[in-house]
Write a protein that binds this ligand. Structure first.
Ligand SMILES: C[S@@+](CC[C@H](N)C(=O)[O-])C[C@H]1O[C@@H](n2cnc3c(N)ncnc32)[C@H](O)[C@@H]1O
Length: 282
């Protein structure tokens, strides 16, 4: 599909669909609301094209997207992958645009492409409930282009990553915005917010600890891709990234628990042996 995109200064066209490029929008825009507003740039889409060219066996059927803005990216991903189902979430309380509604109706996609507005990406219960209702199979792909803040992004990751099938991919878009001077001028209110880079570093640490949880992390300027390892879904319930990171001198919780269990069983063993020693011989 990437080769079918026709790029202009202020829009990208895909067949009859118009995606207005919000980051290069001009005052003389003549189509009004007859478009999808789209928050991606040509270089970013180029990075996606390169990434998927190397993964042309990847054909996601079950897709979740966080951060929709106008729903344009949902249509973009839907056109690219033609999944069985694509469900999107966004914090803003609004409805689908008329242009979006017409696209859904024209293509009969009411059950395949769905948007949930007014949902916070860190609302674990809402995400689990809706994903549980909407999907009968494990997810293949999650794309997070929502808050781009550390804590909500991590909360969504810990909620949705376990729902991916082994080999499924989790994208965190624009993780690097804290390194782009244009987005972080001096004295900006967000300058004190924790960098999303911290989460990327933790993902790499977790990959180094055990490939069963995360089998690979690919870091590009525009996004980070996390590939799910083979760890059983049951072991991943309520997963906290922190519990799967070993740092020299700071064993993770599961290792500390295992060591503690071994100490207790050794102690119980000694106690049992002592008690047996005291039993009078018959
Ligand atoms: C960069 S825009 C998404 C752009 C869209 N994916 C695209 O490519 O056109 C980010 C969106 O995330 C939403 N958002 C911000 N914080 C959020 C949160 N905590 N939970 C869910 N959505 C959030 C905003 O309302 C906004 O629509």
């Amino acid at each position: 599909m990437f080769d079918k995109l026709i790029w202009k200064n202020d829009r990208v066209l895909l067949g009859e669909l118009v995606f207005r490029l919000e980051l290069s929008k001009r005052d003389d825009w003549e189509l009004g609301r007859e478009c999808f507003a789209f928050y991606k740039t040509k270089p970013l889409v180029g990075q996606y094209a390169k990434f998927f060219a190397l993964r042309n066996d990847f054909a996601p059927r079950q897709v979740v997207e966080l951060g929709l803005f106008d729903g344009g990216s949902s249509v973009f991903w839907f056109e690219l992958f033609s999944p069985q189902k694509h469900v999107g979430f966004d914090l803003t309380r609004r409805e689908d645009s008329e242009y979006f509604q017409r696209y859904i109706a024209r293509n009969g996609l009411q059950d395949r492409l769905k948007t949930y507005w007014g949902i916070d990406q860190s609302d674990t219960r809402a995400l689990l409930r809706i994903v549980g209702d909407e999907f009968a199979e494990p997810l293949d792909l999650v794309i997070d282009d929502a808050s781009h803040f550390y804590q909500p992004t991590k909360t969504s990751f810990e909620t949705l990553f376990p729902l991916l099938r082994p080999g499924g991919l989790y994208f965190i878009e624009d993780w690097a915005w804290g390194h782009w001077p244009r987005f972080t001028p001096p004295n900006d209110a967000w300058n004190h917010a924790a960098q999303l880079t911290n989460l990327v570093a933790e993902l790499i640490e977790a990959t180094g600890t055990t490939a069963e949880l995360i089998s690979s992390v690919t870091v590009l300027k525009g996004f980070t891709v996390v590939e799910r390892g083979t760890m059983k879904a049951a072991e991943l319930q309520g997963v906290r990234l922190q519990d799967h990171i070993f740092r020299r001198g700071q064993p993770p919780v599961w290792q500390r628990l295992r060591a503690w269990r071994q100490r207790v069983s050794r102690w119980l063993g000694r106690l049992g042996a002592g008690a047996r020693g005291r039993v009078p011989a018959r």
